[in-house]
Design a protein. Structure first.
Length: 116
């Protein structure tokens, strides 16, 4: 597509977006630096801190969550119903085998006070 076919509004919006994206990246790096300082200080305080009228901060530890593949469980349920199997151990093992793990990274939660 040539530039002649593009509208002025599109060109302006895209140009503005590009400029904002550049500013956002610069600010993002600055915010990352501040978050690192906040995290270090909050860790020294045991993982939680509150500055009345400003914000509360907590370090949310890394964790694992488990989910199950719906298609696998549906197939298993149909198989068990059609076979009439009632062996609880076998059912439990198959469900465990279908489990998937997701690991969440540690995060820093900052909740700003509304009045600030």
């Amino acid at each position: 597509m040539s530039d002649v076919q593009l509208t002025e509004a599109f060109i302006t919006a895209l140009s503005d977006y590009r400029e904002l994206e550049s500013e956002y990246k610069a600010i993002g790096g600055y915010m990352d630096d501040k978050r690192a300082i906040i995290r270090t200080e909050v860790a020294k305080l045991g993982g939680k801190a509150k500055l009345d009228g400003v914000a509360s901060v907590s370090i949310v530890p890394a964790s694992e969550s488990h989910s199950y593949d719906t298609a696998d469980l549906d197939a298993l349920v149909l198989e068990l119903f059609s076979d009439g199997t009632k062996d609880g151990i076998a059912i439990a093992q198959r469900i465990i085998d279908a489990r998937k793990k997701t690991t969440r990274k540690e995060t820093l939660r900052i909740t700003l006070e509304k009045s600030w």
